[in-house]
Design a protein around this ligand. Sequence first.
Ligand SMILES: NC(=O)c1ccc[n+]([C@@H]2O[C@H](COP(=O)([O-])OP(=O)(O)OC[C@H]3O[C@@H](n4cnc5c(N)ncnc54)[C@H](OP(=O)(O)O)[C@@H]3O)[C@@H](O)[C@H]2O)c1
Length: 314
Amino acid sequence: MDMKSRVLIVGGTGYVGKRIVKASIALGHPTYILFRPEVVSDIDKVQMLLSFKQLGAKLLEASLDDHQKLVDAVKQVDVVISAIGGGVVDHHILDQLKLVEAIKEAGNIKRFLPSEFGMDPDVMVHALHPGNSIFIDKRKVRRAIEARNIPYTYVSANMLAGFFAGGLGQLLDKAPMMPAQDKVLIYGDGNVKGIYLDEDDVGIYIVKSIDDPRTLNKTMFMRPPKNILSQNEVVEIWERLSGLKLKKIYMSEDQLLNMEGESYLEKMKRGHLYQIFIRGDLYNFEIGPNATEASELYPEVKYTTMDSYMKRYV
Ligand SMILES: NC(=O)c1ccc[n+]([C@@H]2O[C@H](COP(=O)([O-])OP(=O)(O)OC[C@H]3O[C@@H](n4cnc5c(N)ncnc54)[C@H](OP(=O)(O)O)[C@@H]3O)[C@@H](O)[C@H]2O)c1
């Protein structure tokens, strides 16, 4: 009988991490969650951790700054998945270098998945400063993993639907996460294709990849064919489901990139919007020989289409 790998998830209380935890438990992996000592003062996170414990997960307390505890935690498992926070401005991506050192010293890890789950930081060519800072740091983590010969899978999950479909891509200013009722900003002509993913499907695809020899030392892209959609198509889905007709306000490449006096955060978001909706950086390249595509690898996963995802907002 196949033995399922024991999995340690770092960042299991986060937006992406909690989906990975649920998928790991659902797919029958002995699941361990590393939580930071600080978390015990956060009632929501404590209760989330306890709910995972009730489902069978084992909770391990350790700070990334406590090298020995980290090594001890890593030694208990076969696979490490990091979903450490990637907030647009104050992300913690480089903290993973400590995890890389612990994995190297432990010497037993069959697969490490660093916190990525968005655009592939190695292939994009239109990233702009300051939006590119998170990609630069994700690349540093990749290079550290490779330099230490740690077996890996990198995961590109493109656009998580809660952010990008739920809000119809309205990431500027207050960034609503509910679809608009009256008007919507369309970037460029709105026809550039992007790729949208249900967060729970992302968790499932990630966990499916960890024992799979086809994803060893490769990047796994998520490109479920029905979810390769333009911004106009996502807005049309919402209009059809809601019965609303939204006013479209078009923002050209020039207008998107040349705003005066805006904050660092807004600049970062504009850079990402430019890459995704103007230059098509999620879909403007072929998947190369050192990469795979999740929906082809795992056709048994009945992924959520955006038509179905958007029904929750009606
Ligand atoms: N493609 C997309 O649309 C998309 C959207 C969002 C995120 N992402 C990517 O997904 C990844 C995860 O982001 P997220 O939004 O899920 O993050 P998040 O919700 O901010 O979650 C952060 C998690 O990381 C933990 N963490 C943060 N700093 C840590 C540290 N120094 N040591 C240990 N744990 C630490 C947090 O633990 P505590 O509970 O202790 O704070 C929390 O569990 C990132 O790489 C991000 O770029 C992609």
